[in-house]
Write a protein that binds this ligand. Structure first.
Ligand SMILES: [Zn+2]
Length: 426
């Protein structure tokens, strides 16, 4: 254990750079920015945002006392939220998922998570939902706790820990049957088995439960539903007893239907959702996280390049968005970062616009909608007095050009400036 702690401590010291510059002035007054309205539809000019005690104290046209941070020419938006990340994973074109999961120690992967958390925060994402450590145990709860203790710099993390899969329904796979390999998630079967898994994960610190309602049975095979209706219902019921919501990985129509009937809160991916299932989701208030950026990344890793005709994966994602928008189901930002680089999570929001949302809708999906999914709608996701002072100043108007989200100049988390790039070259 000791060598790990030393390495981690050294890493933290070496990372102290930027955050060492953090100002701790309180109250802090943000001046000169165009400020996103509570309803997210327009920016207000000529207002100051006063921050105190980690919260937004006031948005005022008058004067405000405190240290001034000049944001002239920038647009101020709420801290962004990504509902689907894997901090311990990194892009599969750098190393395959199998090799990351099977060849890297949990300690190394956790250190990667520390770096990923920092990159995520500095790109303007101040809250994330970590949807599974992919074989790295409870690394996400450690990352969450380290952020909360102020040991490392990262977004607020809601952790799902190991995720739950059925026997024979997750990777690593494709090896001779005589090898009994541990999986990248917790294997559980039957109503009693899945209830026990939920109990174990909650006791280990899970804020959310993630279940794989479908997956490939064999390497290269199609996804098929995994858990029965009874098992899924038991998972949601057990999680509910513990006050934990459930996110369901479901790409097939049947797994989506079973998940909705079981009472999950979000569907992850959802590519195969029929109009009927989307209607059912809407009716039950189930939110869709379409993970468009992951589809795009995997398309790139398998030979497609931007500008070429849509690959099958991209076509599927585009069509899902079209159906989903038509159905009126609630869509939230969940990117599956880890499959692609941490710190580029905004790609999801850009693709939402490319595939049919207005910039206003896409920004809402990554702020107010995502906050509501996390039951944090009275804390984050809006620039409103009393809310957490999680704020991002970007260059350009994201309601006109969503790529402004890539030009993050200042990130404020809980009233503290965590990055200030106002003087860096444009
Ligand atoms: Zn994922």
């Amino acid at each position: 254990m000791r060598p790990f702690v030393c390495v981690l401590a050294g890493l933290l010291l070496s990372l102290a750079g930027d955050s060492g510059r953090c100002l701790a002035q309180d109250p802090l007054v943000l001046k000169g920015a165009q400020v996103l309205d509570e309803n997210g539809a327009s920016f207000r000019e000529g207002v100051m945002v006063a921050l105190s005690d980690g919260r937004i104290a006031a948005i005022t046209e008058g004067s405000a006392e405190g240290t001034t941070l000049e944001l002239e020419g920038l647009h101020l938006i709420p801290g962004l939220i990504d509902l689907h990340t894997h901090l311990v994973l990194y892009p599969y074109d750098q190393r395959s998922w199998d090799d990351q999961v099977m060849r890297e120690s949990v300690e190394l992967r956790t250190i990667r998570g520390v770096i990923g958390a920092r990159k995520t925060l500095l790109s303007g994402f101040t809250t994330i939902r970590e949807l599974g450590t992919e074989g790295a145990g409870f690394a996400d709860t450690a990352l969450r706790d380290a952020v909360n203790l102020g040991l490392i710099s990262g977004p607020r993390i809601l952790a799902a820990t190991r995720a739950i899969v059925a026997t024979g329904c997750y990777g690593p796979s494709g090896f001779a049957p005589r090898w009994d390999l541990p999986k990248g998630a917790q294997v559980a079967d039957g109503v009693d088995g899945v209830r026990k898994a939920v109990r174990e994960q909650v006791a280990a610190g899970a804020d959310w439960i993630k279940v794989y309602a479908d997956y490939r049975r064999v390497r290269g095979g199609p996804s098929t539903p995994t858990f029965s209706q009874e098992e899924l219902t038991a998972i949601v019921d057990e999680a509910r007893s513990a006050g934990r919501p459930v996110a369901s990985h479901a790409a097939t129509d049947e797994a989506i239907r079973r998940s909705v009937m079981a009472g999950v809160k979000t569907i992850e991916h959802g590519y195969g959702a029929s109009e009927e299932s989307l209607r059912l989701m809407k009716q039950h208030g189930v939110v869709l996280c379409p993970t468009l950026a992951a589809s795009e990344a995997i398309a790139r890793y398998t030979g497609w390049s931007p500008g070429e005709p849509d690959s099958i994966r991209i076509k599927t994602a585009r069509e899902l968005m079209k159906r989903a928008l038509r159905s009126g189901v609630t869509i939230a930002c969940g990117s599956d970062a880890g499959v692609f680089a941490h710190g580029t999570n905004a790609k999801e929001i850009e693709l939402m616009v490319e595939y049919g949302m207005t910039p206003e809708q896409a920004l809402e999906a990554a702020t107010r909608t995502a906050a509501a999914v996390l039951s944090l709608e009275n804390e984050v996701g809006k620039i409103r007095a009393g809310f957490k002072a999680d704020l991002v100043a970007v260059e350009g108007d994201p309601l006109q050009d969503i790529s402004a989200l890539r030009r993050v100049k200042v990130v404020i988390q809980g009233g503290r400036i965590v990055v200030d790039r106002r003087n860096e070259d444009r």
